[in-house]
Design a protein around this ligand. Sequence first.
Ligand SMILES: Cc1ncc(CO)c(N)n1
Length: 222
Amino acid sequence: MAYTFEHLKQQCQQEWDAYIQHDFVRQLGEGRLAPESFRHYLKQDYLFLIQFARAFALAAYKSTTLDDLRHAKAGLSAIVDLELGLHIQYCKEWGISEQELQALPEARATLAYTRYVLDTGNRGDLLDLHVALAPCLVGYGEIANWLNTRAQTLRGEQNPYDAWIGMYESAEFQEAMHAEIDWLNCELADVTPRRFERLGRIFSDATRLEIDFWAMGLELRQ
Ligand SMILES: Cc1ncc(CO)c(N)n1
């Protein structure tokens, strides 16, 4: 049987739904998330993005084909040249200066998640690393789409978090998500059941760590 990305989700459907439909996400969509929670999340997400960039650098190191090398390089450039700049700008609009960002200590949830991804990539191969990254890349795109299906979601000026949803429903992000799913489907097609079981563990671990990232924001955990 050929495995697909869909199977990775199915083998931890409960965790996946708890991540996509988390209270943080619902409250953000309904425009009733506490601003302190959103600010705390934004600050930690800056630290997350720096480690995320390192993960793409690791993906370059783990690449053995020119195509994979180009893919990793494009991901690293997108984060360093584009996403981090946008994030710093967005933080400013929420009253968080670049100076403040640079001095932040990492919350435990940020440490746990990012170092888990880096360790998984270090000890495994490129597929292990991509599976650990998939909840970030695919999850946020799916979250934006899920929010857009909900009648309770507020869009436009009435929601202070509208721009956040806009970022992840954007054509660029949705394309990156689909490219990631295609890459994974291609690689998963010929793995053995034993390998799939190990990959499933990585995927569900990373999903649980994304849930903790939301909880960190919601509960202002350090
Ligand atoms: C924690 C987290 N996961 C995923 C993304 C999407 O890139 C993000 N910015 N932050």
